[in-house]
Design a binder for this molecule. Structure first.
Ligand code: UGA
Length: 346
């Protein structure tokens, strides 16, 4: 099998690349503007890497789509602060650039595995979100946070329509707060500059207070990257067509914790396992901040976001296996090589 990964240097792309090379005999062609997360892959004989921008090297991208069996377009902005601050850039990259890739997959009749998102469910009040029955609920237009959710939702709808009317073969997967090594840059001190886990870890290591948006009572189901990648490998493999034209929530419903609890877990972890940083962790206090002050007017939060994973369990034989405590330890351990550079840049 020949797989094309666009955005291979990202969090998901880099872990997927490594897992495929380690566990499968598949060939990968990959593109990204950077390659710093791909050091374990670049010299591998089954890995062909092209440094470039999918919005610029369009002829190369189309040619590679023609040659591949499966296409994973993973290029996207996925940081909520950017949805509010630069919604047009989110639309142009996440929607417009990816629509071109989807159209090429239709033209050349190639199977696409596309990253939808847990964000498509928005403020849905279901206790568990179901891929086929839950409503997708977003806020008013002035709440620009929803540009990401609605861009992804429309792409999901287009892929579904292309499948029904033009024979596109697809699988959509919806990650629920995947986390792990290489998530975001913990050295970025800007509030909202990264997703919550890397944001909090950076705060703790710098001895800064953690800002809990709306007191941190909102909950997320945190899913360790290895579990997410395991699901993706099963989707790509598509044994007996099990993932053909399906949508899957990929999340860990057991690990449904509040953002406040997450902050407390991280502080305790750093205090107990990284004595060089226990002073900073002790200095870190939890402060409550209102969403408007932290993100701006265009933000609205999601209070509860629990996936039903029944369909992934049944079709793919997949189940998440890494609990939050273990996953956080693995993540912090992987980031610990950056700790010294953080403390010397203070
Ligand atoms: C994320 C992002 O939109 C995407 O990465 C992704 O598609 C999706 O969810 C997912 O991974 O499932 P969200 O969970 O809201 O959305 O993003 P985070 O930045 O990780 O924030 C989680 C929660 O922590 C939010 O309620 C946010 O307000 C809160 N937060 C964040 C704080 O309380 N303090 C901070 O400093 C940062």
């Amino acid at each position: 099998m020949h797989i094309l990964i666009l955005g291979a240097n990202g969090f998901i792309g880099s872990h997927l690349s490594e897992a495929i090379l380690a566990k499968k005999d598949w060939h990968i062609t990959a593109m990204d503007m950077y390659d710093d997360k791909l050091s374990a892959c670049l010299s591998h004989p089954r890995y062909g890497f092209q440094c470039g921008d999918i919005t610029v090297q369009t002829a190369w991208v189309e040619q590679q789509i023609q040659q591949a069996d499966v296409i994973l377009p993973l290029v996207a902005i996925a940081t909520p602060a950017t949805y509010v601050q630069d919604p047009l850039r989110v639309f142009e990259l996440d929607f417009e650039a990816n629509l071109k890739i989807i159209r090429h997959c239709v033209t050349h009749q190639k199977r696409i595995i596309f990253p939808s998102t847990s964000e498509v469910y928005g403020m849905c009040t279901d206790k568990e979100f179901d891929e086929e029955t839950s409503n997708l609920v977003t806020g008013p237009i002035a709440k620009e946070r929803w540009i990401y959710s609605t861009s992804k939702q429309l792409l999901d709808r287009l892929i579904y329509a292309f499948s029904g009317h033009r024979g596109l073969r697809y699988t959509l997967f919806r990650p629920f707060n995947w986390y792990g090594p290489r998530l975001d840059n913990i050295a970025n001190p800007k509030p909202g500059g990264s997703r919550v886990l890397t944001q909090f870890l950076g705060n703790i290591l710098r001895g800064e207070d953690i800002q809990l948006v709306n007191s941190g009572s909102q909950k997320r189901c945190f899913t360790f990257i290895d579990d997410g990648i395991d699901a993706l490998l099963r989707i790509i493999e598509n044994k007996n067509g099990c993932a053909e034209n399906k949508i899957y929530n990929i999340g860990n419903p057991q690990e449904n914790v509040s953002i406040r609890t997450l902050a407390e877990l991280l502080i305790t972890l750093v205090k107990n396992h990284y004595p060089d940083f226990s002073k900073q962790a002790t200095q870190t206090h939890l402060l409550s901040i209102d969403a408007k002050t932290y993100y701006g007017e265009g933000y609205q939060d999601v209070e509860l976001r629990v996936p039903s994973i029944r369909r992934a369990e049944q079709d793919l034989g997949w189940h998440p296996s890494v609990d939050l405590q273990t996953g956080l330890q693995k993540m912090v351990c992987a980031y610990s090589s950056h700790f010294t550079c953080l403390s010397t840049t203070e």
